[in-house]
Design a protein around this ligand. Structure first.
Ligand code: ATP
Length: 350
């Protein structure tokens, strides 16, 4: 069976600027996919191309095997939720949601029925008679969602729909959206520049950079096995150390530390090793490989602390669960141990 959505070699240029560069991507029925990347990487351009608001200069977009590249936006079997909700202020919530079905030819009664069902789905069954201005930001966002799902699209496109909400509400809405998506079974493509948001919600994360897809995978796989240095840096915090592989030994430039390769095949003889801050331990086993240095900064954030240490001209960051031990102050000596299997090797030149 063909994928729900197939994007084949889609490129888009604005003047001399290559906003999308030969994008290939397939999305399955019922999947929750996040398009993640820094500002300007092309996420919105890709979403708008799928929606039909932009016409790519080359490539094809197919839904269930059918080329929709030439279909006008309103004929595509999908819907879009925008950042600013775009609700009609002079209509009640119920009227806002019933508007779509009415435009598509549903009778007044049918449209009202479907609007009620959609509002019920987003937990706003009792809010139909209100006006948007009488709703909180989170509630308005849910009305926008109800409006987008009322016509039962196969695919819902969401362009940073939570970015106008404060952090607490945003976190709650992330989970609500995830649950709603599972309940609806509609595929969601969600644009965000927030890696935590992408990892909280999506089955698969598509990391974009400068108009290209850098990596696609489950959030945890991307975190543990970033394909490139860019991905490692963008998804969470990362320490990078240059390495040289020699036979079955790996040598880190940092302090000339030599480690057994333990069956790992390095992607190239020389590259960078990635080590996450939580993989550096302050109290590691004395037998574990370790780097020694001097503490430069200690950042206590309550639930955990981040310890920065200079290990000979290079700063490493270690994450410690809880408040940092009292002796760890700038200038103190520190030993940062790690398990060699936590080193992830990337074949890029250091
Ligand atoms: P953000 O997170 O800031 O929304 P994004 O990843 O969604 O960023 P896009 O909006 O897709 O980025 O833009 C990609 C690039 O294309 C940017 O450099 C942007 O300036 C440029 N661009 C987007 N739309 C146009 C346009 N209509 N005309 C010219 N350049 C554009």
């Amino acid at each position: 069976m063909s994928a729900l959505l197939t994007i084949e070699g889609v490129s888009m240029r604005f003047g001399a600027y290559q906003a999308l560069d030969r994008i290939d991507l397939a999305i399955q029925q019922g999947e929750f996919v996040a398009l993640l990347g820094p500002s300007g990487c092309g996420k919105t351009t890709l979403l708008r191309s799928i929606a039909g608001f932009l016409k790519p200069e080359s490539g094809r977009i197919l839904i269930e095997g059918q080329d929709i590249s030439r279909l006008a936006a309103h004929h595509r079997p999908l819907n879009t939720v925008f950042q600013n909700y775009a609700l009609f202020p002079h209509m009640t919530v119920q009227e806002n949601v019933a508007y779509g079905p009415r435009r598509q030819g549903a009778t007044r009664t049918e449209a009202a029925e479907r609007a009620r069902a959609a509002l019920d789905m987003v937990g706003l069954a009792d809010f139909g008679p209100r006006y948007p201005r009488e709703m909180s930001g989170g509630q308005q966002q849910r009305v926008a969602l109800a409006r987008a799902i009322v016509n039962q699209p196969k695919l819902l496109l969401l362009d940073e729909p939570l970015s106008a909400l404060d952090l607490k509400l945003r976190k709650r809405m992330q989970l609500e959206l995830k649950h709603l998506q599972a309940k609806l079974g509609i595929a969601f493509i969600f644009v965000t520049h927030d890696q935590e948001e992408a990892m909280t919600m999506a089955d698969r994360v598509v990391v974009m950079h400068a108009g290209r897809i850098e990596q696609v995978g489950a959030g945890t796989d991307i975190y543990r096995q970033p394909a490139t240095r860019f991905v490692a840096e963008f998804i969470g915090d990362a320490n990078f150390m240059a390495y040289t592989a020699d036979g079955d030994t790996l040598q880190l430039d940092a302090q000339g530390l030599r480690l057994p390769l333990q069956g790992k095949t390095p992607p190239s003889a020389r590259g960078v090793a990635v080590l996450r801050p939580e993989d550096l331990s302050l109290s590691g086993d004395v037998a574990a490989p370790a780097l020694s240095g001097t503490v430069t900064d200690v950042i206590n954030v309550g639930s955990h602390s981040m310890i920065h240490a200079d290990i000979g001209g290079q700063i490493l960051v270690a994450r410690h669960g809880g408040i940092a031990p009292s002796g760890l102050v700038p200038g103190a000596q520190i030993r940062l141990a790690f398990a060699p299997e936590h080193l992830h090797l990337i074949g890029e030149q250091p």
